[in-house]
Unconditional design. Sequence first.
Length: 291
Amino acid sequence: MDYREAAALLAEQNDILILTHKRPDGDTIGCAVGLCAALRKLGKTAWVLPNADATSLFTPYLEGCLAPGEFAPRFVVSVDIAGRSLFPENAKVWLERGVDLAIDHHPSNEGFGRENCVDAGRAACGELIFDLVREWGEIDAAIALPLYVAVSTDTGCFVYGNTTPGTHRVAAALMETGIDYRGVNKRHFRTKSFKRLRLESMLCQNMELFDGGKIAVAAVTLEMMAALDAREEDAEDVSAFAGQVEGVQTAVTIRELRPGECKLSVRTSAGLNASAVCALLGGGGGAPPPL
Protein backbone atom coordinates (compact mmCIF):
# COMPACT_ATOMS: atom_id res chain seq x y z
CA MET A 1 0.00 0.00 0.00
CA ASP A 2 1.08 3.61 -0.48
CA TYR A 3 1.43 6.20 2.30
CA ARG A 4 -2.11 7.52 1.82
CA GLU A 5 -3.57 4.05 2.34
CA ALA A 6 -1.27 3.50 5.32
CA ALA A 7 -2.41 6.81 6.83
CA ALA A 8 -6.06 5.83 6.40
CA LEU A 9 -5.42 2.43 7.99
CA LEU A 10 -3.62 3.93 10.98
CA ALA A 11 -6.33 6.56 11.48
CA GLU A 12 -8.81 3.73 12.14
CA GLN A 13 -6.66 2.15 14.88
CA ASN A 14 -5.94 2.76 18.56
CA ASP A 15 -3.62 1.35 21.23
CA ILE A 16 -0.71 1.33 18.80
CA LEU A 17 2.79 -0.01 19.47
CA ILE A 18 5.71 1.12 17.28
CA LEU A 19 8.79 -1.08 16.79
CA THR A 20 12.37 -0.07 15.92
CA HIS A 21 15.21 -2.23 14.65
CA LYS A 22 18.29 -3.72 16.29
CA ARG A 23 21.11 -1.27 16.98
CA PRO A 24 18.71 1.60 16.26
CA ASP A 25 19.89 4.58 14.25
CA GLY A 26 18.41 8.04 13.83
CA ASP A 27 16.04 6.98 11.06
CA THR A 28 14.22 4.22 12.95
CA ILE A 29 14.10 6.19 16.22
CA GLY A 30 13.17 9.46 14.52
CA CYS A 31 10.39 7.72 12.57
CA ALA A 32 9.05 5.99 15.67
CA VAL A 33 8.98 9.15 17.78
CA GLY A 34 7.57 11.31 14.98
CA LEU A 35 4.83 8.79 14.21
CA CYS A 36 4.05 8.40 17.91
CA ALA A 37 3.68 12.18 18.31
CA ALA A 38 1.46 12.42 15.22
CA LEU A 39 -0.79 9.58 16.41
CA ARG A 40 -1.15 11.19 19.82
CA LYS A 41 -2.07 14.46 18.15
CA LEU A 42 -4.89 12.50 16.48
CA GLY A 43 -6.08 11.45 19.93
CA LYS A 44 -4.70 7.91 19.68
CA THR A 45 -2.90 5.96 22.39
CA ALA A 46 0.54 5.23 20.96
CA TRP A 47 3.85 4.08 22.41
CA VAL A 48 7.30 3.05 21.18
CA LEU A 49 8.61 -0.33 22.33
CA PRO A 50 11.78 0.14 24.44
CA ASN A 51 14.95 -0.89 22.62
CA ALA A 52 17.86 -2.00 24.79
CA ASP A 53 20.32 -1.23 21.99
CA ALA A 54 19.48 2.48 21.86
CA THR A 55 22.48 4.66 22.73
CA SER A 56 22.56 7.98 24.58
CA LEU A 57 22.93 9.71 21.21
CA PHE A 58 19.27 8.99 20.45
CA THR A 59 17.56 8.10 23.75
CA PRO A 60 16.71 11.76 24.56
CA TYR A 61 14.26 11.78 21.65
CA LEU A 62 12.42 8.80 23.15
CA GLU A 63 11.56 10.56 26.41
CA GLY A 64 7.85 10.21 27.17
CA CYS A 65 7.31 7.78 24.28
CA LEU A 66 8.44 4.43 25.71
CA ALA A 67 5.70 1.90 26.30
CA PRO A 68 5.03 0.89 29.90
CA GLY A 69 5.28 -2.81 30.69
CA GLU A 70 1.53 -3.22 31.10
CA PHE A 71 0.64 -1.73 27.72
CA ALA A 72 -1.38 -4.18 25.60
CA PRO A 73 -1.41 -3.00 21.96
CA ARG A 74 -4.16 -3.77 19.53
CA PHE A 75 -2.16 -2.66 16.46
CA VAL A 76 1.59 -3.06 15.87
CA VAL A 77 3.66 -0.98 13.44
CA SER A 78 7.32 -1.38 12.49
CA VAL A 79 9.35 1.50 11.06
CA ASP A 80 12.56 1.22 9.03
CA ILE A 81 12.79 -2.56 9.61
CA ALA A 82 13.51 -4.45 6.40
CA GLY A 83 13.86 -8.02 7.64
CA ARG A 84 12.96 -10.44 10.40
CA SER A 85 16.58 -10.72 11.55
CA LEU A 86 16.57 -7.02 12.47
CA PHE A 87 13.95 -7.35 15.21
CA PRO A 88 15.32 -6.86 18.75
CA GLU A 89 14.74 -9.73 21.17
CA ASN A 90 11.81 -8.05 22.94
CA ALA A 91 10.13 -7.33 19.58
CA LYS A 92 10.22 -10.90 18.28
CA VAL A 93 7.02 -11.75 20.13
CA TRP A 94 5.25 -9.16 17.98
CA LEU A 95 6.86 -10.56 14.84
CA GLU A 96 5.46 -13.99 15.78
CA ARG A 97 2.04 -12.47 16.56
CA GLY A 98 2.14 -10.58 13.30
CA VAL A 99 3.13 -6.99 12.51
CA ASP A 100 -0.01 -5.23 11.33
CA LEU A 101 1.78 -2.56 9.28
CA ALA A 102 5.42 -2.39 8.17
CA ILE A 103 6.67 1.00 6.96
CA ASP A 104 10.07 0.98 5.29
CA HIS A 105 12.27 2.29 2.47
CA HIS A 106 14.74 -0.55 1.93
CA PRO A 107 14.51 -2.28 -1.47
CA SER A 108 15.34 -5.56 0.32
CA ASN A 109 12.24 -5.39 2.54
CA GLU A 110 10.94 -8.93 3.16
CA GLY A 111 7.25 -8.02 3.23
CA PHE A 112 6.70 -9.57 6.66
CA GLY A 113 3.83 -7.26 7.64
CA ARG A 114 0.16 -8.06 7.25
CA GLU A 115 0.18 -4.76 5.35
CA ASN A 116 3.36 -3.25 3.92
CA CYS A 117 4.04 0.37 2.99
CA VAL A 118 7.45 0.25 1.31
CA ASP A 119 8.90 2.95 -0.95
CA ALA A 120 12.47 2.21 -2.04
CA GLY A 121 12.66 5.59 -3.75
CA ARG A 122 12.96 7.37 -0.40
CA ALA A 123 16.39 8.24 0.96
CA ALA A 124 15.10 7.73 4.50
CA CYS A 125 12.05 6.14 6.03
CA GLY A 126 11.51 9.55 7.63
CA GLU A 127 10.52 10.93 4.23
CA LEU A 128 7.79 8.33 3.97
CA ILE A 129 6.55 8.99 7.51
CA PHE A 130 6.50 12.72 6.72
CA ASP A 131 4.08 12.23 3.82
CA LEU A 132 2.02 9.76 5.85
CA VAL A 133 1.46 11.99 8.89
CA ARG A 134 0.86 15.03 6.71
CA GLU A 135 -2.31 13.27 5.56
CA TRP A 136 -3.67 13.92 9.06
CA GLY A 137 -3.08 17.65 9.08
CA GLU A 138 -0.41 20.18 9.90
CA ILE A 139 2.93 18.93 11.23
CA ASP A 140 4.05 20.68 14.40
CA ALA A 141 7.52 20.92 15.94
CA ALA A 142 7.01 17.88 18.20
CA ILE A 143 6.55 15.75 15.09
CA ALA A 144 9.01 17.61 12.89
CA LEU A 145 12.10 17.42 15.10
CA PRO A 146 12.38 13.60 15.24
CA LEU A 147 11.53 13.36 11.55
CA TYR A 148 14.34 15.80 10.78
CA VAL A 149 16.66 13.57 12.82
CA ALA A 150 15.45 10.59 10.77
CA VAL A 151 16.02 12.21 7.39
CA SER A 152 19.27 14.01 8.19
CA THR A 153 21.01 11.05 9.83
CA ASP A 154 20.08 8.59 7.08
CA THR A 155 21.54 10.92 4.44
CA GLY A 156 24.66 11.95 6.38
CA CYS A 157 23.32 15.50 6.70
CA PHE A 158 22.23 15.41 3.04
CA VAL A 159 25.61 14.45 1.54
CA TYR A 160 25.12 10.74 0.78
CA GLY A 161 24.32 9.73 -2.77
CA ASN A 162 20.82 8.65 -1.76
CA THR A 163 19.81 12.30 -1.19
CA THR A 164 17.25 13.57 -3.70
CA PRO A 165 15.55 16.90 -4.40
CA GLY A 166 12.57 15.42 -2.55
CA THR A 167 14.75 14.86 0.50
CA HIS A 168 15.62 18.54 0.58
CA ARG A 169 11.97 19.53 0.17
CA VAL A 170 11.01 17.38 3.16
CA ALA A 171 13.85 18.84 5.22
CA ALA A 172 12.83 22.40 4.31
CA ALA A 173 9.21 21.74 5.33
CA LEU A 174 10.37 20.32 8.67
CA MET A 175 12.71 23.27 9.27
CA GLU A 176 9.88 25.71 8.61
CA THR A 177 8.06 24.44 11.72
CA GLY A 178 10.66 26.23 13.85
CA ILE A 179 12.62 23.22 15.10
CA ASP A 180 16.18 23.55 16.37
CA TYR A 181 17.75 21.95 13.30
CA ARG A 182 21.04 23.70 14.04
CA GLY A 183 21.24 21.85 17.36
CA VAL A 184 20.47 18.54 15.66
CA ASN A 185 23.15 19.12 13.04
CA LYS A 186 25.72 20.09 15.67
CA ARG A 187 24.88 17.06 17.84
CA HIS A 188 24.96 14.46 15.10
CA PHE A 189 27.38 15.79 12.49
CA ARG A 190 29.77 18.26 14.07
CA THR A 191 30.47 16.68 17.46
CA LYS A 192 32.74 13.70 18.13
CA SER A 193 34.01 12.30 21.40
CA PHE A 194 37.75 12.15 21.87
CA LYS A 195 37.44 8.36 22.00
CA ARG A 196 35.75 8.44 18.60
CA LEU A 197 38.63 10.45 17.16
CA ARG A 198 41.11 7.94 18.54
CA LEU A 199 39.01 5.10 17.10
CA GLU A 200 39.15 6.74 13.68
CA SER A 201 42.95 7.02 14.07
CA MET A 202 43.09 3.26 14.68
CA LEU A 203 40.94 2.65 11.62
CA CYS A 204 43.34 4.67 9.48
CA GLN A 205 46.30 2.66 10.74
CA ASN A 206 44.64 -0.68 10.00
CA MET A 207 42.62 0.14 6.87
CA GLU A 208 43.43 -1.81 3.71
CA LEU A 209 42.87 -0.56 0.16
CA PHE A 210 42.18 -2.78 -2.85
CA ASP A 211 41.51 -2.42 -6.58
CA GLY A 212 43.73 0.60 -6.97
CA GLY A 213 42.26 2.33 -3.95
CA LYS A 214 38.64 1.97 -5.01
CA ILE A 215 37.81 -0.45 -2.19
CA ALA A 216 38.56 0.23 1.48
CA VAL A 217 38.23 -2.40 4.19
CA ALA A 218 38.35 -1.41 7.85
CA ALA A 219 37.74 -3.39 11.03
CA VAL A 220 36.50 -2.35 14.47
CA THR A 221 37.42 -5.08 16.93
CA LEU A 222 36.37 -5.66 20.50
CA GLU A 223 40.03 -5.23 21.43
CA MET A 224 40.08 -1.74 19.91
CA MET A 225 36.91 -0.74 21.73
CA ALA A 226 38.25 -2.09 25.02
CA ALA A 227 41.62 -0.36 24.59
CA LEU A 228 39.83 2.97 24.26
CA ASP A 229 37.19 2.16 26.88
CA ALA A 230 34.81 3.23 24.10
CA ARG A 231 31.04 3.02 24.37
CA GLU A 232 28.55 2.12 21.67
CA GLU A 233 27.81 5.78 20.94
CA ASP A 234 31.53 6.34 20.25
CA ALA A 235 31.18 3.95 17.29
CA GLU A 236 27.88 5.34 15.99
CA ASP A 237 27.81 5.27 12.16
CA VAL A 238 31.51 4.31 12.07
CA SER A 239 30.81 2.54 8.78
CA ALA A 240 30.71 5.94 7.08
CA PHE A 241 34.34 6.66 7.91
CA ALA A 242 36.24 4.57 5.33
CA GLY A 243 34.19 6.02 2.49
CA GLN A 244 35.65 9.47 3.17
CA VAL A 245 39.02 8.40 1.79
CA GLU A 246 39.68 9.99 -1.59
CA GLY A 247 39.14 7.59 -4.47
CA VAL A 248 37.18 5.02 -2.46
CA GLN A 249 34.02 3.85 -4.21
CA THR A 250 33.18 0.93 -1.93
CA ALA A 251 33.79 0.98 1.82
CA VAL A 252 33.53 -2.22 3.85
CA THR A 253 33.51 -2.00 7.63
CA ILE A 254 33.72 -5.16 9.72
CA ARG A 255 32.43 -4.56 13.24
CA GLU A 256 33.08 -7.26 15.83
CA LEU A 257 29.95 -7.39 18.01
CA ARG A 258 30.97 -10.28 20.25
CA PRO A 259 33.44 -13.18 19.99
CA GLY A 260 32.60 -15.11 16.85
CA GLU A 261 30.05 -12.59 15.55
CA CYS A 262 30.69 -9.66 13.23
CA LYS A 263 28.55 -7.17 11.36
CA LEU A 264 29.53 -6.30 7.80
CA SER A 265 28.55 -2.86 6.52
CA VAL A 266 28.99 -1.94 2.85
CA ARG A 267 28.69 1.58 1.53
CA THR A 268 29.03 2.40 -2.13
CA SER A 269 29.17 5.39 -4.43
CA ALA A 270 26.32 6.18 -6.81
CA GLY A 271 25.67 3.48 -9.38
CA LEU A 272 26.87 0.60 -7.20
CA ASN A 273 24.47 -1.62 -5.28
CA ALA A 274 25.49 -2.24 -1.66
CA SER A 275 22.28 -4.16 -0.92
CA ALA A 276 23.06 -6.68 -3.65
CA VAL A 277 26.50 -7.30 -2.17
CA CYS A 278 25.09 -7.76 1.34
CA ALA A 279 22.41 -10.10 0.03
CA LEU A 280 25.12 -12.52 -1.08
CA LEU A 281 25.87 -13.04 2.62
CA GLY A 282 22.23 -13.20 3.66
CA GLY A 283 22.03 -9.54 4.70
CA GLY A 284 21.09 -6.26 3.12
CA GLY A 285 17.97 -5.66 5.19
CA GLY A 286 19.62 -2.86 7.08
CA ALA A 287 22.09 -1.92 4.40
CA PRO A 288 23.62 1.52 4.91
CA PRO A 289 22.89 4.27 2.44
CA PRO A 290 25.28 5.07 -0.43
CA LEU A 291 28.29 7.32 0.04
